[in-house]
Design a protein around this ligand. Structure first.
Ligand SMILES: C[S@@+](CC[C@H](N)C(=O)[O-])C[C@H]1O[C@@H](n2cnc3c(N)ncnc32)[C@H](O)[C@@H]1O
Length: 255
């Protein structure tokens, strides 16, 4: 399957929370980087069953690394994450991620099955052009992920934080906006993910289907983007909730 087909259709065959709008934006970012000659590795923190990681696999060029970090079946360290592991992520295993990934790509990415807070010791270096932070929702952990991303991102790189405006993820919101105010993160645009950088923001050709609304925030001009598929997103969320419920959840649900 080719990249475009995965964005439009193939993505829906993999359980997860990666919708069409963000898939289109990841693709647009990659095209902008390609035009500007930005090269570098790709990191995802939090892959679940591989929905977004598989697209990142299509974006990776032959001389680049795709690095994936997830706890998989390891115990969570925070209460929120503990609930998620017993509900939304109950069917997650490293094996299920790998099997999904190999349906679309011939080789696996580099996998770090460990808490993202321990990645700082991995000696990666500043070589990454895309970093997708979609792991824990705990404030302290997202703060740590943000500072790690800051140390790894090349000029013209993009960092993307999931669940920036979701009701049950205030820790993500707090950590990311703290990054803007204290750590020089430049917010560029947002869906339910926030897209930013630290250095040399590239112009991204946002696909014409998006409606764009600009905002002045803390000295930055930031755009929020709306993609015209609210019903499909709602159906996806309802299906995810039904799946979580089947695992006997009495606790919170999420996206
Ligand atoms: C929301 S899911 C990722 C969704 C996925 N990116 C997608 O597009 O469908 C969050 C993932 O982060 C992982 N995770 C949670 N806490 C983590 C941590 N501290 N370090 C690494 N991974 C973590 C979970 O195991 C889960 O697979």
């Amino acid at each position: 399957m080719q990249r475009r087909e995965y964005i439009v259709k193939g993505r829906e065959s993999v359980p997860g929370w990666f919708d069409r709008a963000d898939a289109e934006l990841f693709n647009a970012i990659d095209e902008a980087q390609c035009s500007a000659g930005v090269v570098g590795d790709i990191l995802e923190i939090g892959c679940y069953q591989g929905s977004s990681a598989i697209l990142l696999g299509y974006l990776r060029r032959s001389n680049e690394r795709l690095v994936i970090c997830d706890l998989f079946q390891e115990a969570a360290t925070t209460l929120d994450d503990f609930h998620l592991r017993h509900n939304a992520y109950a069917d997650l295993s490293r094996e299920s991620f790998e099997a999904n990934f190999l349906k679309f790509h011939q080789t696996l990415p580099e996998i770090f099955a460990q808490p993202s807070t321990t990645l700082a010791g991995s000696d990666f270096g500043r070589t990454f052009r895309i970093i997708h932070v979609d792991g824990s929702h705990d404030y302290e952990i997202v703060r740590s992920d943000l500072l790690l991303a800051k140390s790894l991102l090349v000029p013209g790189g993009f960092v993307i934080f999931d669940d920036i405006i979701t009701l049950h993820t205030p820790g993500v919101t707090a950590a990311v906006w703290e990054g803007v105010i204290r750590d020089g993160l430049i917010p560029l645009f947002q869906t339910h993910k926030l897209y930013g950088t630290w250095n040399n923001p590239l112009d991204v050709d946002i696909p014409k289907e998006f409606k764009q609304f600009t905002h002045d925030v803390s000295g930055h001009v930031m755009t929020h983007l709306e993609y015209p598929q609210p019903h499909r997103r709602l159906v996806t969320r309802l299906l995810q909730r039904a799946r979580s419920a089947r695992h006997g959840s009495r606790n919170q649900s999420r996206d």
